[in-house]
Design a protein around this ligand. Structure first.
Ligand SMILES: [Zn+2]
Length: 276
């Protein structure tokens, strides 16, 4: 990308990252406080939702810069295509780019857009993050109240997203460093899932094959009670192949829940099914 566009991109990113740092710190600190003292409240969840939105916004600005604007001027498109410009035009052009691209009214920052960018560029990471994104949308739209379990899941999803973006070079590791409490939360979350799935498997104690999926209504037998219930997932279509990517399971009969794809794997449930 042309240096002038990179300069504008960094200006937008700097502001977004400042905002992100605030919500990450507030969100995670208040989550730990709320979980430790067992009180109700929505502030922690709201900060975590803003942090996830901010992380995805930072990701989209780097992976699909042009797509982040309602109007991307012709001069910017020329620069994006690598067209060289006389040096004496740089100043004028930079002012023009700033006027159009720094204007927040011109920014597209809807979850639909940022999630589509994520799905396109991180197809392999999507199965793990999808249930956390769905949870984020529900809490952000106030369709779900943030119970302790919801809050813990949001924090777990946020911390994993930060780690993934640092690994991918999309976020500087100084933006957020996991605290001792964060590390404890991650550990506790993973220990709890192993324990509850092991318990369910022992309690189930019957021989069902939950590696085969009824492709019409995407149902498999529950590991705990054997009742059939739907696997949550999405279809991934590529040239010449179509797959169902499962990322979670909920049994309406006994309440058994496998929240993410790691849970499915621990329960011995196949996460990818060929449709055609
Ligand atoms: Zn069940």
């Amino acid at each position: 990308m042309h240096i002038l566009l990179v300069k504008v991109q960094h200006k937008i990113l700097d502001e977004k990252v400042d905002n992100l740092i605030f919500h990450l710190n507030e969100g995670l600190e208040s989550t730990h406080r709320q979980l430790a003292n067992n009180y109700e409240g929505t502030a922690a969840a709201q900060h975590l939702c803003s942090a996830i939105g901010g992380l995805l916004g930072v990701l989209a600005l780097q992976k699909d810069f042009q797509g982040c604007f309602r109007h991307f001027p012709r001069e910017a498109k020329d620069l994006a295509l690598g067209k060289e410009l006389p040096a004496d035009e740089h100043h004028h052009l930079y002012e023009l780019l700033k006027a159009t691209l720094l204007n927040e009214k011109n920014h597209i920052s809807s979850p639909e857009h940022t999630l589509a960018v994520f799905a396109k560029h991180f197809a392999l990471k999507r199965p793990f993050f999808e249930p956390y994104f769905q949870l984020w949308l529900k809490v952000a739209e106030s369709k779900l109240s943030p119970s302790a379990r919801v809050l813990e899941r949001l924090a777990y999803g946020t911390l994993n997203l930060v780690e993934m973006m640092v690994d991918q070079g999309l976020l500087h590791d100084a933006v957020y460093r996991a605290s001792e409490m964060d590390t404890e939360l991650l550990l506790r979350y993973n220990q709890n899932r192993v324990m509850s799935i092991d318990e369910a498997l022992m309690e189930g104690n019957f021989d069902v094959d939950n590696t085969k999926l009824d492709l019409t209504n995407k149902r498999i037998p529950c590991i705990k009670c054997g009742s059939y219930a739907p696997l949550h997932g999405y279809e991934e279509i590529e040239p010449g192949s179509k797959h169902y990517i499962a990322y979670g399971f909920n049994c309406n009969h006994c309440g058994m829940e496998l929240f993410d794809q790691k849970d499915l794997l621990l329960a011995g449930i196949k996460p990818i099914y060929e449709i055609s």
